[in-house]
Design a protein around this ligand. Structure first.
Ligand code: OGA
Ligand code: NI
Length: 394
């Protein structure tokens, strides 16, 4: 199976291909790859905690003081909001509009690593539909949802991902995640039969989001002065996965995090916020957590670690997290789009010169994915995997 996925365009060194067996065990079957049993302790289902209406937050959810979110103002001046890109201007705008939008895109990726995209061409009914089935799923009785359990050490199914030890703090969030493309990463046992339209809606949605990712990557390439198909050609059959995050309201949003700080291991991430959603997503900019204001019908896009490496750090994979709200729940539907596991990643030659020496080494992307999903979320630390220490550093 692994062989059929190998694209002839990519030469894999013997050392890397020997790692593929374990990569595939994890990434294709999503079976745990730990040689030892991992003990994650009791992981409470957050919706069930909420239902029990206990006023005290269980200890495992209470963050150390330094990690607790300072409840930032929810409305900031526009200058501190992430840029909004009008995709219609890139797809079919006149020359002037196109040029302006490309410049905005490049500034967003350099300064923020995030932007919101409007006029993305995805049917708004479809966005509504995916949100509806996601909410219907989360509202099912817990016993029903637990028919699709996320086994410790894996990243698909219902539960909490990235928990590896008993003393690790937990996020105030219930997750449901699925691998989508290539088909070999799917685990059919984890696809819910209820709500009945769930699977069809996910299929249609993921096809549309895939197209969007391809378009965005073309424009990202152009914004870097590269050939528009450079990423598409490099990536092979891109890996696509989806995670639905449901953040119940929390009586003490000042003590917990909805999702721990992290950067995404993908090339690009597309995040849909539930309609009328409260502010929950925050990104770290100049040491300040900046809330992302939901924009009606927009999708939030962020640069993942892969594009940061390929552009030698010019485009940033920003650290981000989610916080909770005292009265309101929040839903996000997140798509991760990444290169095929076989390909080798490293700064592109066009992004490296004397002034900008390589900041990252070359590595196999499957190896990075494996590293990513076998470590807890901890800011940008995961990318240390690829970093070349600057000269003169100890
Ligand atoms: C993620 C993520 C943020 C959110 O799933 O990787 O960053 O607002 N989610 O749900
Ligand atoms: Ni993320």
């Amino acid at each position: 199976m692994a062989v059929s996925l190998l694209s002839q365009r990519f030469v894999i060194s013997a050392k890397l291909s020997s790692n593929l067996t374990s990569n595939y065990k994890l990434l294709i079957t999503m079976a745990p790859i730990f040689d030892f049993p991992i003990k994650v302790g009791r992981i409470d289902d957050v919706q069930e905690l909420k239902k029990a209406q206990k006023t005290k937050i269980p200890y495992r959810f209470v963050r150390d003081v330094a990690e607790r979110p300072k409840l930032a103002p929810t409305h900031l001046p526009l200058s501190t909001s992430i840029p909004i890109i009008d995709l219609s201007k890139l797809m079919k705008g006149n020359k002037e509009d196109f040029h302006f939008e490309i410049l905005k895109l490049s500034a967003s990726c350099e300064e923020w690593g995030f932007f919101q995209v409007i006029n993305h061409g995805i049917d708004l009914d479809l966005l509504e539909k995916i949100e509806k089935v996601a909410m219907e799923f989360f509202m099912l009785p817990v016993e029903e949802k637990q028919k699709y359990p996320m086994a410790p050490g894996t990243v698909q199914g219902y539960g909490q991902a990235f928990v590896f030890s008993e003393d690790q703090k937990l996020d105030w969030c219930n997750m449901f995640a699925l691998g989508l493309v290539p088909h070999s990463i799917r685990n059919p046992k984890l696809w819910p039969t209820n709500p009945p339209t769930f699977s069809d809606t996910v299929e249609t949605y993921s096809r549309e989001i895939r197209k969007l990712c391809k378009d965005l990557l073309r424009f990202i390439a152009l914004s870097l002065g590269l050939r528009e198909n450079v990423f598409e050609e490099m990536f092979g059959v891109s890996v696509q996965a989806m995670r639905m995050n449901y953040y119940p309201a929390c009586p003490r949003p000042d003590l917990v995090l909805g999702l721990s700080p992290h950067s995404d291991g993908s090339a690009l991430t597309v995040l849909q916020q539930g309609k009328g959603s409260t502010v929950g997503l925050q990104i770290l900019k100049n040491n300040t957590w900046v809330p992302i204001q939901p924009v009606r019908n927009a999708l939030v896009i962020n640069i993942g670690d892969t594009i940061e490496v390929l552009t030698n750090g010019r485009y940033k994979s920003s650290e981000h997290r989610a916080v909770t709200h005292k009265e309101k729940d929040r839903l996000s539907i997140v798509t991760f789009y990444a290169p095929s596991y076989e390909i080798e990643i490293g700064p592109m030659p066009e992004m490296v010169d004397e002034k900008n020496p390589s900041k990252y080494r070359r590595y196999n992307h499957g190896e990075y994915s494996r590293h990513y999903v076998t470590n807890k979320l901890q800011g940008k630390k995961t990318l240390d995997f690829a970093k070349i220490p600057p000269k003169n550093s100890f």
